[in-house]
Write a protein that binds this ligand. Structure first.
Ligand code: C5P
Length: 233
């Protein structure tokens, strides 16, 4: 069974501060997107990587890929993305050739996910799961609030922390199920697996990894560069 990875990389990265689209910002001199592409291609299971570029940035992303050393056994395709992450993933799925029955969806904003995490997601799909997400227990207690702008927000509920998981990527899917979900679910979602849940499908969790954290705020860049420095040491 062949596996492809779709990497949505079309976000602006507003929370990271002003500058280039998030995926194109450098970590230790190499664009975050290149780290993420290498993290997917590092898995022997992945033979195709589809990068979803900013809507007007496909040529730039193509030249970035061509300018960096990447494994030769992997094929790389670049397509322009959309307004939302969901749209971007759909555009990536539209570009998949026949013959790939397992699809990983991986945020460009998670450049440092270890290959063992990628492999364990693929393995769980190969063993029959329709949708697989890597996730970790939470350190913080989480409260649901009634959002209020500029005022203290009333707490509505406190879910039991031991039952919560913080979900990462790559998320792995049976390709047909994911394509069907993207064609059917129209509400906004923040991850792909929740579309499968909405349609009544079963999603399972495998252990995630600390280093698969999402680079969202400026402090995350500091942490990412520290992780890279530690890997080199
Ligand atoms: O905004 P967020 O951090 O949830 O974005 C997660 C991933 O989705 C990032 O890699 C980002 O580049 C991507 N994205 C996208 N198209 C958008 C918005 C986000 O590909 N329109």
């Amino acid at each position: 069974v062949r596996t492809a990875a779709v990497i949505p990389a079309a976000g602006r990265g507003v929370r990271l501060g002003p500058g280039a689209p998030k995926a194109l910002r450098a970590l230790n001199g190499t664009p975050m997107l290149i780290h993420a592409v290498r993290a997917m291609a590092a898995s022997r299971a992945v033979s195709l990587v589809v990068v979803v570029a900013p809507p007007d940035g496909a040529p730039e992303v193509r030249s970035l890929l061509d300018a960096h050393a990447l494994p030769e056994r992997t094929e790389f395709v670049v397509v322009p993305g959309g307004e939302t992450r969901q749209e971007s993933v759909k555009l990536g799925l539209d570009a998949l050739p026949d013959g790939y029955d397992i699809v990983l969806v991986h945020d460009a904003a998670r450049p440092l996910v270890p290959v063992d995490t990628v492999d364990s997601v693929v393995e769980a799909v190969r063993e029959g799961a329709v949708a697989v997400v890597p996730a970790l227990p939470l350190a913080d207690t989480v409260k649901e609030v009634e959002p209020a702008e500029g005022a203290p927000e009333p707490v509505v509920a406190t879910p039991v922390r031991a039952r919560l998981r913080a979900v990462q990527t790559p998320q792995g899917f049976d390709r047909k199920a994911l394509v069907h979900a993207h064609e059917t679910v129209t509400e906004d979602v923040t991850d792909d697996a929740s579309m499968i849940e909405q349609l009544g499908g079963t999603v399972v969790v495998v252990p995630g990894h600390e280093e698969a954290f999402k680079v969202t705020r400026p402090l995350d860049l500091v942490l990412a560069e520290a992780v890279l420095a530690r890997r080199r040491a």
